[in-house]
Design a protein around this ligand. Structure first.
Ligand code: CP
Length: 328
């Protein structure tokens, strides 16, 4: 299976008018394009009650969730978002699909398209899989990346950007620290591209060298190996999930030592600004990358992130459908 490069993905996701037509990566999108996603999401949130409003923008459309990897937050909030937009939603059970009998991904897609799919929401363990799918679908179908391998998780990044904008303010005033396994994190990659494009004052990562990506020097980020220095006076602290499978590799010292050095505890959070917000994309390993009292504490906006995921996914689904129709 051939998966396209990040550059190709960035080009593939825009229609001839330069509007979003698939959503595959935050990389390569302009500040205006990212801001349009945030503003559209904001428009679905009632300014007084904070309740996310319904809208019939996808009435009569069919959204198919294709999750080749486990998910709680992303799959469910995509389903809620599509239903709030009036779409019919099908969650395809991949383990029971005919791919288990040897059918190729391409044949599966073409069959699902024949059942009048309008949008595929795709999570896949292989980096580039949603781009491959976007290159195979008919011009009538839009593809949304719900997380691919170590590459990108663009809707997570955008719900994180909405959370930051709502709870910490304008990006140009903010120092943002991302803590933990940057190297294997699709969330961190998508967040870094979005924060750079949206003009964050300062982007920091705090991690042992073994958990930094190899191409890191090109990303223009400040690197810290000690939490005390990396967290000093930041406005936003984002803890990443430590993938348990990495604990047994040579990359990490072990859960206890990682927690001692890089766990976001109440003690370490004191180095950040007093009103700094704490974020985590989930799922959380309590006592590994974050202390329970911090995850559940007054500075945590973790459950707000989940809630804004509905509005951001409503925005992305509706913008991609509009871009797909305009581009025909
Ligand atoms: N943050 C995130 O992608 O969570 P899920 O794996 O539960 O979708």
């Amino acid at each position: 299976m051939h998966f396209s490069s990040a550059h190709e993905a960035s080009r593939l996701q825009l229609n001839p008018q330069g509007r979003l037509r698939h959503f595959l990566t935050t990389e390569g999108l302009s500040r205006e394009q990212l801001t349009e996603i945030l503003d559209t999401a904001e428009g679905f949130i009632d300014p007084v009650s904070g309740v996310i409003r319904n809208s019939p923008l996808l009435a009569g459309r069919t959204v198919m969730n294709l999750f080749f990897e486990a998910s709680t937050r992303t799959r469910t909030t995509f389903e809620v978002a599509a239903k709030r937009l009036g779409a019919d939603v099908l969650n395809i059970d991949i383990s029971k699909s005919s791919t288990s009998k040897g059918e190729t991904l391409r044949d599966m897609l073409w069959n699902l398209q024949a059942m009048t799919a309008d949008i595929f929401v795709v999570r896949h363990g292989d980096s580039g899989a949603p781009h491959f799918i976007a290159s195979q679908v008919t011009p009538k179908v839009a593809v949304i990346n719900a997380g691919d391998g170590r590459h990108a998780h663009p809707t997570q990044a955008m719900l994180d950007m909405l959370t930051i904008r709502r709870h910490a303010g304008a990006f140009e005033n903010l120092s943002v620290a991302i803590i933990g396994d940057i190297r294997h994190s699709r969330v961190a990659r998508s967040e870094i591209h979005a924060l750079q494009t949206l003009g964050a004052k300062e982007i920091r990562v705090i991690a042992p060298r073994t958990l930094l990506p190899r191409d890191f020097d090109n990303l223009g980020i400040k690197v810290f190996e000690r939490m005390e220095e990396g967290l000093a006076d930041v406005d936003v602290a984002i803890a990443l999930r430590i993938q348990n499978e990495r604990m047994e590799s040579a990359l990490l010292p072990g859960a206890d030592e990682f927690y001692t050095l890089y766990g976001l505890t109440r003690e370490k959070l004191k180095y950040a600004k007093p009103d700094a917000i704490v974020m985590h994309p989930g799922p959380i390993n309590r006592g590994v990358e974050i202390e329970s009292e911090v995850a559940d504490g007054p500075q945590s906006v973790i459950l707000h992130q989940v809630n804004y995921g509905i509005a951001v996914r409503m925005a992305v689904l509706s913008l991609a459908m509009q871009g797909q129709m305009d581009g025909r």
